[in-house]
Design a protein around this ligand. Structure first.
Ligand SMILES: Nc1ncnc2c1ncn2[C@@H]1O[C@H](COP(=O)(O)OP(=O)(O)O)[C@@H](O)[C@H]1O
Ligand SMILES: [Mg+2]
Length: 217
């Protein structure tokens, strides 16, 4: 079993979009996947799952105190392949705990000047936890050099950056309120392609083996 945490101290950086998007991709591959939703505000993974018809992805409400227990129980059960922790904005405590509990941390950042600056704070916290991590650019504008600038900035700081990125695309924000992902609503669209590439890269960077428990039994 692997645990991924999606962490960004700023809101609206695509944390929940990635948590739900990756969870659905893993489930489509046959993995038993659980999202631990540590964000109790609207727009969280729980809200997404309430609107979802399929029950292939289990979303569990988790308080900060409950995170370690949920993860150790998941491991002990021998029945979970992947846990994804979706975290709230503006909570250093939850971010730290999630980073400590995870095997791999994904830090999404929408490259608008200020957001790139604030993400360095998140990067420092995750570095303190000592967990491997990588930054992924999200909501990248189709025009202007923000994506390239951000890429160069992170590279200069020695921070691992996903090669894949999510551009700003309406397929992403249209899928969320339907409890679905862009891969499900527009499988041949560009958003779907980006989400799939990001998922494959997350698997590669994290070392998540496709040796599924659900296939062993
Ligand atoms: N790449 C994208 N393009 C367009 N809209 C996006 C993209 N990623 C996320 N969104 C939308 O932006 C909003 C915030 O994204 P969300 O994943 O909820 O961020 P967070 O969980 O970090 O607060 C949501 O309405 C979501 O559908
Ligand atoms: Mg969220």
């Amino acid at each position: 079993m692997q645990t991924w945490a999606i962490i960004a101290q700023k809101g609206g950086q695509s944390k929940t979009t990635l948590a739900t998007g990756f969870a659905v991709e893993a489930a489509r591959e046959g993995a038993a996947v659980v999202i631990l939703d540590a964000d109790d505000r609207q727009g969280s993974a729980l809200y997404w799952s309430e609107r979802r018809d399929d029950n292939d992805v289990m979303v569990k409400d988790s308080s900060i105190a409950g995170l370690p227990l949920h993860i150790s129980r998941g491991r002990a059960s021998g029945k979970i392949d992947l846990i994804i922790i979706d975290t709230p904005a503006n909570s250093k405590d939850i971010a730290m705990l999630a980073a400590e509990q995870a095997d791999f941390v994904i830090i999404p950042v929408a490259p608008r000047g200020l957001d790139v600056h604030s993400v360095l704070q998140t990067v420092k916290q995750v570095q303190q936890a000592g967990t491997p991590f990588a930054v992924i650019l999200t909501q990248v504008p189709h025009q202007g050099g923000e994506g390239q600038e951000a890429r160069a900035g992170f590279a200069a700081k020695g921070v691992t950056l996903f090669d894949s990125r999510l551009h700003f695309r309406k397929d992403f924000y249209k899928a969320t309120p339907l409890g679905r992902t862009a891969v499900e609503t527009e499988p041949d669209g560009k958003a779907a392609g980006e989400l799939r590439s990001a998922y494959y890269e997350a698997k590669r960077l994290s070392g998540y083996a496709n040796n599924l428990i659900s296939e062993d039994v």
